[in-house]
Write a protein that binds this ligand. Structure first.
Ligand SMILES: C[S@@+](CC[C@H](N)C(=O)[O-])C[C@H]1O[C@@H](n2cnc3c(N)ncnc32)[C@H](O)[C@@H]1O
Length: 274
């Protein structure tokens, strides 16, 4: 497995390729429509936020799924920031309006937030710290801007997340002579994350959400894997398609045999207080 590739924290790659728009993120997220048992994660997070002493700051807000659910559930103004201008724009112009609540977005880096100290009721860092070059610096920024009575909510995938799917993909890459990339989420997951959280915050409460994705057709898994294409830029299209074709055949065989194919999902949520 190739280690140390900087692509997953490279600003230009993040802004112009991976998150120029929500297209690739949407293809990845669509896999979770097959989650068993079903879970509306933006709503689950919103329900975990206590009464807040100030607005919500959603850092790395992406297309604003959590921005809107938390604004709606808490009635608090919500401000989203993202490194990608495309994402910040999408989050601000998303179709479902949040009635009666102020929602605005802008471009900013998690490591230097344009937010006053001690002012936020909640700071959200959801599925994004593994893209930040210095996650501890971003956690320190969140601690700086959050009100003394506020919360910092962090979510990431554990090292078990999508295990069977990742293993299958890695095996087919290797069979094609392609070295699999290390899982980018290792940069901030349930193993690498907690030591940083405990250095920055006095109180850290942990919730693990384990479930599985069950598929009766290969499409959602293949669409998810296809979003990694830009990380394998040196692989030509024929070899890439051959790898995905082999994954597809494996999934189809398993579904014909067992009626379905499944892979674990595992997400961890940390509610932190200063
Ligand atoms: C996987 S998406 C998650 C989006 C959203 N938080 C969610 O959970 O649906 C990661 C987002 O973090 C943004 N991002 C990456 N590095 C960032 C940074 N240093 N500062 C702010 N946003 C960043 C990306 O542009 C992308 O929109």
């Amino acid at each position: 497995v190739r280690e140390g590739t900087p692509l997953h924290t490279d600003r230009q790659q993040l802004r112009e390729v991976a998150y120029a728009s929500s297209d690739l993120l949407g293809d990845r997220a669509a896999l979770y429509n097959a989650r068993v048992p079903p879970l509306d994660l933006p709503r689950w997070v919103a329900e975990r936020l206590p009464a807040l002493p100030g607005p919500i700051i959603d850092v790395g807000c992406g297309p604003g799924w959590y921005l809107r659910s938390t604004a709606r559930a808490t009635g608090r103004p919500a401000f989203g920031f993202d490194l990608s201008e495309g994402m910040a724009r999408e989050a601000a112009t998303a179709p479902e309006a949040v009635s009666q609540t102020e929602v605005a977005t802008g471009v900013a880096d998690a490591q230097a937030l344009p937010v006053r100290s001690d002012s936020a009721g909640a700071v959200l860092l959801l599925h994004m710290l593994y893209h930040v070059p210095d996650p501890e610096l971003a956690l320190g920024e969140a601690r700086r801007v959050v009100h003394p009575e506020g919360v910092v909510a962090v979510m990431t995938n554990t090292h078990r997340h999508l295990g069977a799917m990742r293993e299958l993909f890695a095996l087919e890459l290797e069979a094609a002579g392609i070295e699999p990339l290390a899982n980018i989420e290792r940069h901030f997951d349930d193993v690498s994350g907690p030591p940083l959280l405990h250095r920055v915050f006095d109180h850290v409460e942990e919730h693990v959400l384990d479930a599985r994705v069950e598929l009766d057709r290969p499409g959602p898994a293949l669409a998810h894997l296809a979003t990694a294409r830009h990380l394998y830029a040196e692989v030509d299209d024929d070899r890439w398609q051959a790898v995905l074709g082999n994954v597809a055949r494996h999934l189809v065989r398993a579904i014909e045999r067992d009626g379905r194919w499944s892979t674990p999902t595992s997400t961890v949520f940390y509610l932190c207080r200063r």
